[in-house]
Write a protein that binds this ligand. Structure first.
Ligand code: DX5
Ligand code: ZN
Length: 225
């Protein structure tokens, strides 16, 4: 994620883009003022759907100068790190729940991300409290608070997650970037930013209208600042 903690980062999620126009979608977010591209990698096990893997991520990487942030909704995140590093991904976010309470495994995975030269983050499903990452102070570049259940685009924003955003921001302070993912549009972005988020992942609000509407949707998110 970004080096400048004060700035709001807009990261469109390609998962919500029309799959057969993925190249147009990458161009639209690149030319439309996005700060990063959010890539949802799903394995059909940690979440039901299978989304995309190494070939698509490599192709996206070759098609944009924007930094890529991979959100791994997979049961064995560490096994995916080599190809993500090879693809030139900037940041990797792993789900705490994939470790099923294995704190050592979680810390080792976070360290492995950084060892491979990428920025390390963890994501929290709606039912997971901030206590689950209490042992990661000083180990993280970002925390992604899921504001929907992971696995699909187009779900409504879970307002009850705003207190978790504030709690993460309070506990981890300026050392990390707090992100939100799920149901983010210009209106919910405002609420998330007020609660302390700095990194906005948005899928359907960026792509729902049309590829031609991407720039306007990104602008709308940015002016929610
Ligand atoms: C959900 C993904 C999201 C998704 C967001 O599991 O992590 O990144 O694409 O889509 P919207 O913004 O439509 O909720
Ligand atoms: Zn995501």
């Amino acid at each position: 994620m970004t080096e400048d903690v004060g700035r709001v980062v807009v990261a469109p999620s390609l998962y919500a883009a029309p799959l057969l126009r993925i190249g147009d979608a990458v161009r639209a977010v690149t030319d439309g003022g996005a700060d990063a591209v959010h890539l949802d990698v799903m394995d059909g096990h940690f979440v039901g759907p299978i989304s995309f893997g190494n070939l698509i991520v490599q192709a996206v990487s070759a098609a944009t100068h924007l930094p890529l942030d991979a959100h791994l909704m997979v049961s064995n995140p560490v096994s995916h790190l080599p190809w993500l590093a090879d693809a030139g991904v900037r940041g990797v976010t792993i789900h705490v729940e994939a470790f099923e309470g294995d704190q050592i495994g979680l810390i080792e995975a976070v360290r492995e991300i950084r060892k491979r030269g990428m920025r390390a983050g963890v994501a929290l499903k709606p039912a997971t409290g901030v206590h689950a990452i209490a042992g990661l102070v000083g180990e993280l570049d970002h925390v992604l608070v899921m504001t929907v259940e992971p696995g699909s685009s187009g779900q409504p924003f879970m307002r009850a997650m705003l207190s978790k955003v504030s709690e993460v921001a309070d506990r981890f302070g300026h050392d990390i970037e707090v992100g939100v993912d799920g149901g983010i549009n210009a209106s919910t972005a405002r609420e998330a930013l007020d609660a302390g988020a700095r990194y906005l992942v948005a899928g359907s609000s960026v792509f729902a209208a049309s590829i031609e509407g991407v720039r306007g949707a990104i602008d709308a998110l940015r002016t929610s600042e």
